[in-house]
Design a protein. Sequence first.
Length: 285
Amino acid sequence: MIVTRFAPSPNGPLHLGHAYSAIVAHDLAKQASGRFLLRIEDIDGGRSRPELADDFRRDLAWLGLEWEDVPDQSTRLDTYEAAARRLMNEGLLYRCTCTRAEIQALEPEIGPEGMIYPGTCKGENFDPARPAALRLDMAKAMARTGPLSWEDERAGVIEVDPRQFGDVVLVRKDAPASYHLAVTLDDAVDGVTLVTRGSDLFFASHIHRLLQELLELPVPRWHHHGLLLGEDGKKLAKSSKSGERGFGLTELREAGEDGRALAERLRMGQMPCGITLARFPHGGS
């Protein structure tokens, strides 16, 4: 059975980009008589606004989508802690006290997710009371797993190469887990068999496949879709205040827009004025 999910963070209102992503995940599951899950990713410290989760549900219902609720991330902290402890005991994590500014000052290489950490703290000993993130020793991790691959429905079989990210953070200084660790564990616990998300997260799947192998988790397939772009050519995002430009779902819903009709237009590729659907950039159709 195909199981997909939509996993928004309650740190801002949903916009048309979220609607498109939710519709793709919903339709892939329903067309195969599968399950479509809603998971709230709410461990982002003070940025999370719990009241937005109810708005998300109203927005999805307005679009005509049907889903199953699964537990929020904030109920799963023990799972993240246990996984991090396991990796630490296996010698695959190390403490890092570097700030972003300190890393930037070293003029590091730039990878798909920005600066590649140069390993400054690797092998160092610090006061355990000093705030520190936990980074994955990528070289050790890849030596442990050997060659791996993952499969995207649109791009085909991809050989795993997470070295382009360097030693990624798995436990942040200010949160119980990074996106990489939390989403990998959550998808496994929820039984997700098809990870459906935007192409901006395509490269992150290299890391997630590696973590699945290290933690002996089930391996899903992936489906990365194109992104909705605004008039400036940039993807719609909460950080760019897309919801304040007339593309917020709650705003459209409360203005009397027909949500089901909007969903049908998005399915057909008929984007609202000022919005374009970017072509999938990683091969496939």
